[in-house]
Design a protein around this ligand. Structure first.
Ligand SMILES: [Zn+2]
Ligand SMILES: [Zn+2]
Length: 285
């Protein structure tokens, strides 16, 4: 059992609070970048990063809710303008990119051509062999699955995450266990597979995000779960802070809880800055 010790000297200074996972109306979010900046300043955040979706499907076409490939330039310009005019919070520009086995070659080309303009990329898996498992429409399919089928989906999900990580073209793994979003659980979590993912993340100098988004869905827990957070701590895998905000009200949702967890577990804190800069959580949070 851990005991939380409140250090008053740390409380006295402004604490580092960041959210590196935000969607605007340029992809599937509901507001303009400036609205998020305004809320972030109100909440006293130190840094935010925009990560609108880039979804390239297996047949290399662009998925729903994604920026079109020819919109990436204007997306980057828009965020750059916001960055320049934002004095009270540091603004970074990223993308949340889907890993799909058939789309990854095209994704790699795209990311190569934008590598000087993007501060980082999140890698997300939202589709398992054609099944868009995190959409509201997927719930009826989830309900119809047998336990054995759910177990297979979990394994396949983590296999895809591992493949995506091993491409080496992304910076941060988004919502590592989002497959649990609607609360359908496997008979046994494939933790050996998760461990392989975390080892690859570490070898490739990537990070895993700790996201409050799962708290707003039926899973009712952070992404990733406390079991996986313990593995992150054991392996000393760097983590970023995230809320996966689709509206300005969520720009700081759960960040204090995430900061407390990162401090408690002494997880190395990652900041996208020309690769990842790693901070000691005990000094900044
Ligand atoms: Zn996502
Ligand atoms: Zn997202």
């Amino acid at each position: 059992m851990y005991t939380l010790i409140i250090d008053k000297s740390i409380n006295a200074t402004k604490k580092f609070r960041a959210n590196y996972h935000i969607h605007t109306s340029m992809s599937d979010g509901f507001s303009e970048p400036v609205d998020y900046v305004e809320k972030a300043v109100e909440a006293g955040l130190t840094e935010i990063g925009f990560t609108d979706h880039l979804v390239i499907l297996d047949d290399a076409s662009v998925g729903l809710g994604s920026l079109d490939v020819n919109e990436i330039d204007s997306y980057i310009e828009t965020i750059e303008d916001v960055r320049k005019s934002s004095e009270k919070v540091i603004v970074k520009c990223g993308l949340e990119v889907d890993y799909t086995p058939g789309g990854v070659k095209y994704v790699e080309e795209i990311l190569n051509s934008y590598k000087d303009c993007l501060d980082y990329t999140l890698m997300g898996v939202h589709i398992i062999d054609g099944f868009h498992f995190d959409t509201p429409e997927s719930v009826s399919t989830w309900r119809s699955l047998s336990q054995n089928e759910i177990d297979k989906l979990y394994r396949r999900y983590y296999e895809l995450v591992l493949e995506g990580v091993e491409t080496g073209i992304f910076t941060v793994v988004a919502h590592l266990d989002i497959v649990k979003k609607f609360g359908f659980k496997p008979s046994e979590e494939p933790l050996k597979l998760v461990e392989s993912i975390l080892e690859s993340v570490k070898t490739l100098d990537m990070a895993v995000e700790i996201s409050s988004a799962g708290l707003r869905h039926p899973a009712q827990e952070l992404y990733p779960s406390s079991k996986i957070v313990d593995m992150l701590a054991f392996l000393q895998v760097p983590v970023t802070m995230a809320t996966d905000a689709h509206k300005p009200e969520d720009v700081s949702a759960g960040l204090d809880l995430i900061a407390m967890l990162i401090k408690l577990k002494k997880l190395p804190l990652a900041i996208p800055a020309n690769g990842l800069k790693i901070l000691n959580p005990l000094e900044v949070l």
